[in-house]
Ligand binder design. Structure first.
Ligand SMILES: *Cc1c(COP(=O)(O)O)cnc(C)c1O
Length: 407
């Protein structure tokens, strides 16, 4: 019997030191996120690419490349396996013929945060965690609270008071302890760090536990399979903490090492899209810096992008430099307009974060950075219906017996 997981150990990307993966670990000794390393040589010999056929369509079809060792610890709500939708009409409007969107809006909890939660919570349960805490801009807290409930783990969640109200309700109905903070996610993070130190909770903050990234990585694994192992030229990603972007790169690196991708083909150019009101990665990329600076006074309707300083910024920037990618900032007005265009032209009601990708694609096509004929994928991270306040309809009110007015 081959192993369910080929997880080997954890590594600190700053110091290169190895850490035991079968104990609870948070940050490395130098304060960097730990990354999961798999025994890819053994996996290459044991499992051919064709073994995927006939497996579950959830992200657990990739279990050898995920950290959970015993399938009985998997906590799933049926996440993953999202479609890649061609967007021909929107593409034409942007001047991009081969535009498509991987749509994470249909996963449980309505955002791709479910991917990180299913893997992070499953592994936490496997390692014996009974109580966790995390700061969030909303969607991650909602997903982790619900998956924690399914796992029987107690969750404590702290979010900005301005976070989308639906995410509050998701956390509360899951029975988690919910607190609002009159500030930003960075303020919520300080409160959680204090509680973690005092009460010995498992710190599930972005990248402070090693496994959320493994769940998000599966978006890249799925894309490879969906594109028949011949990846697109450009992938646009709405970047807050940037975990998804780090995950995409990790997925492609692992698939290459396994020989599942053509080593002669360049990796897709990864694009970090941010809001103009909170663009620390764009600022750093513009200066070719290895790390970002704290973005003071951050503000955007795309709440998932409101991360003034990401713990994994150096990994995000490295992924951009290594793939010949770039970083782009988009105004809130432009991303809201793009949200309407996507719904009107394609029937896709994407979240504001996802909509930012289309506004960015327009800029990049206009400057020629995206070249004619290139295959471009936008990674829509969530459902527009989670943000009812970003679009307000004002239809005419009829009385019973009225006829429809002329158009
Ligand atoms: C969290 C979130 C993001 C940002 O994700 P990162 O991987 O942390 O950069 C983007 N969009 C939505 C809808 C989110 O919830």
């Amino acid at each position: 019997m081959t192993a369910f997981s080929f997880l080997s150990h954890l590594v600190c990307p700053r110091s290169g030191l190895r850490y035991d993966a079968d104990r609870i670990q948070q940050l490395s000794a130098v304060g960097a996120p730990l990354l999961a390393v798999y025994d890819l040589d053994a996996l290459r010999d044991a499992v051919p690419r064709s073994a995927l056929a006939g497996r579950t369509s959830t992200l657990w079809r990739w279990h050898e490349l995920l950290p959970v060792r015993d399938p009985r610890h998997v906590v799933s709500l049926g996440e993953g396996g999202t479609p890649v939708l061609p967007l021909p009409r929107l593409g034409r409007a942007l001047g991009i013929d081969a535009l498509s969107m991987k749509d994470e809006g249909i996963v449980p909890t309505g955002s791709f945060k479910a991917r990180g939660a299913t893997v992070g919570v499953s592994r936490a349960r496997e390692l014996g965690v009974t109580a966790l805490a995390m700061p969030t801009n909303g969607n991650a807290g909602a997903a982790w609270a619900l998956y924690a409930a399914r796992a029987g783990i107690h969750a404590t969640i702290v979010m900005p008071r301005d976070a989308p109200s639906i995410t509050r309700n998701e956390v509360a109905i899951a029975g988690a302890a919910l607190y609002l903070v009159d500030g930003l996610i960075s303020d919520a993070g300080k409160i959680v760090a204090h509680a973690v130190a005092e009460r010995g909770l498992y710190d599930a903050s972005t990248l402070k536990e090693p496994y959320r990234i493994e769940g998000k990585k599966t978006m890249g694994l799925e894309l490879a399979e969906q594109f028949d192992w011949c990846l697109p030229d450009v992938i646009l990603y709405p970047t807050g903490g940037g975990v998804g972007l780090i995950g995409l790169r990790k997925a492609f690196d692992e698939l290459r090492a396994l020989g599942w991708l053509d080593p002669a083909r360049p990796l897709p150019r990864l694009v970090a899209v941010q809001a103009s009101g909170c663009a620390p990665i764009v600022d750093a990329w513009t200066r070719r810096a290895p790390d970002s600076e704290f973005w003071a006074g951050s503000r955007t309707v795309a709440f998932g992008l409101n991360v003034p300083k990401a713990l994994g910024d150096f990994l995000v920037l490295d992924a951009l430099y290594a793939t010949g990618g770039c970083a782009v900032a988009v105004d809130d007005d432009d991303l809201l307009a793009a949200q309407r265009d996507a719904a009107r032209l394609e029937g896709t009601f994407v979240c504001p974060e996802g909509a930012a990708l289309f506004a960015a694609a327009r800029q990049l096509r206009e400057t020629g950075w995206i070249r004619a004929g290139e295959r471009v994928v936008a990674l829509n991270t969530g459902a527009g219906i989670k943000y009812p306040e970003t679009f307000i309809a004002s239809p005419p009110l009829l009385q019973p017996g009225d006829g429809l007015p002329a158009d």
